[in-house]
Design a protein around this ligand. Structure first.
Ligand code: ADP
Length: 475
């Protein structure tokens, strides 16, 4: 059986700030179906340590001046290797941000240690287990190829880096070269240097055997000035090893027929009771228009400002809005203001169960992102018969089929896309939404199409398995 070490800073259901955790958490089960065993190495944050029962110590040591242990444990269907380094990971609060809302100052060291320990496991540091492939996720695991190289491990284990979001570069001051045990000879344009600083992500982009990102469209976009976030040149250089593999969703956790957090339903008729319950929960009256919902980090990326601008168009057509999210203060503030309208409900915070009730009860799920590597909530929407209204970008372009007149006639449309990504285009999309919603049979057809659209891991797991086979050293 192919053995793979997955390296990431978050993993659902143990620790999650975004879609990265969902993917890292779902990958092992999806890959098992393809005959691949995935073990996941994860920092020992308090939430992770508390979830371990009966862990075994498989490695003890010191790297980058930090003492650590690696604990092996099974949690649900996850086969974990937990990096227990209390000095770096035993902290309350957010995994990335200190109490002042800024990155922990030692983030470069924290995730360099994660990458260094993963590389050591890659060259056989754990006596009874040797991975054939290391699958690194995002900048937090970006230094894996660099450290592997330093350990003489290139060629002993294949490497894949998956880009979940190129906006996060993992930058560190050049003065940390020594502390991070990185080679000064590589601190240049062809190496991991990014405008005078160390970039953990760039190290992975230039060093990994293969690169993937989470949708085919985002793979193309990454090579452009508009989306590459300064790394588009590197992406173009490496275009031959880059592929886009769509994320799937956890079809057990997101199944309207069995979801314990909602009134379960098999057909869209069952949505009515969930919508009524949701309106009641948020104190919204009944209305003739569509109930739009959004579950999201509240950042510039997610287009919350566009939504606030375009909202009057939706409300003028008797539409309603419910948003669950947290993030930038000014966006939270803008939403709270919007919620003064009787037809708008806002909950600031993070709440898994509420996210299910919202997605089940909504008529339409909004994802007006300026860029979106893959996006998951539009896929939850498809599965729950909650029509996605999305910006035409990244994974949103790959997972939703626009209800153009031809698409509706052919019976293949699953949602609404808008482009360019502006408040004006979103206004027109709201108008199209309300027109479609007003046509009962057409709307029902759209919902049926959405619910039967595949959103699982099958084809993507096959694509990852093929990549693993490609990069694994021949034995
Ligand atoms: P990103 O990774 O950029 O945040 P994704 O759409 O890929 O965006 O993944 C976001 C994940 O986080 C989804 O599973 C979504 O349901 C969840 N999520 C985001 N905000 C919240 C929230 N406030 N409460 C509950 N779940 C949330």
């Amino acid at each position: 059986m192919m053995q793979v070490l997955s390296v990431a800073s978050e993993c659902a259901p143990l620790i999650k700030t975004g879609g990265l955790a969902d993917v890292v958490g779902a990958l092992p089960a999806a890959m098992a179906a393809e005959g691949v065993q995935v073990r996941t190495v994860l920092p020992g944050y308090p939430a992770v340590m508390q979830a371990l029962t009966d862990p075994t110590i498989v490695l003890t040591g010191q790297s980058l001046g930090v003492p650590f242990r690696v604990l092996a444990a099974q949690v649900g269907d996850l086969d974990l290797l937990v990096l227990d380094a209390p000095q770096l990971f035993d902290r309350a609060g957010s995994i990335y941000l200190g109490p002042n809302g800024k990155d922990w100052p030692d983030n470069p060291l924290r995730f360099a240690l994660l990458s260094q320990v993963a590389a050591r496991i890659g060259v056989g540091a754990i006596s009874d287990w040797q991975p054939q492939v290391i699958h690194a996720h995002d900048w937090q695991a970006g230094l894996v190829p660099e450290y592997l190289h330093g350990l003489g491990g290139s060629g002993k284990v294949g490497t894949i880096l998956t880009i979940h979001n190129i906006a996060f570069h993992g930058l560190a001051d050049a003065s940390l070269l020594n502390m991070l045990q990185l080679s000064p000879a590589r601190m240049n344009r062809d190496g991991f240097e990014f405008w005078g600083r160390i970039s953990a992500l760039k190290a992975g982009l230039i060093g990994a055997d293969r690169l993937t990102t989470v949708s085919p469209t985002y793979a193309e976009e990454l090579m452009t000035d508009a989306f590459g976030m300064g790394l588009d040149g590197v992406m173009r250089q490496r275009r031959d090893v880059l592929s886009g593999i769509l994320n799937g969703i956890d079809e057990a956790a997101w199944n309207p027929a069995t979801d314990p957090t909602i009134k379960p339903y098999k057909t869209t008729k069952g949505k009515t009771a969930n919508k009524a319950a949701l309106q009641a929960e948020f104190g919204l009256p009944t209305s003739d228009g569509p109930l739009c919902v959004m579950v999201s980090r509240l950042t510039e990326q997610k287009g919350v400002d566009l939504l606030l601008d375009a909202l009057p168009t939706l409300l003028a057509r008797s539409g309603q809005l419910i948003v669950l999210g947290s993030g930038a203060t000014e966006l939270e503030e803008g939403l709270r203001n919007a919620a003064r309208d009787d037809h708008v409900g806002v909950r600031i915070g993070y709440d898994e169960a509420l996210s299910h009730r919202i997605i089940a009860g909504g008529d339409c799920i909004l994802v007006p992102s300026r860029f979106e590597p893959c996006g998951l909530t539009q896929m939850y929407g498809l599965r729950y018969g909650t029509i996605p209204l999305v910006a035409l970008t990244g994974g949103l372009a790959d997972t939703v089929i626009n209800a153009s007149p031809a698409g509706v006639l052919a019976g293949v449309a699953t949602g609404i896309q808008f482009n360019p990504i502006t408040a004006d285009a979103l206004r027109s999309a709201f108008t199209r939404l309300c027109d479609l919603y007003a046509d009962g049979p057409l709307w029902a057809r759209l919902q049926k199409n959405a619910m039967s659209h595949p959103v699982g891991w099958g084809p993507s797991a096959q694509a990852y398995a093929a990549l693993y086979r490609d990069v694994a050293p021949s034995s």
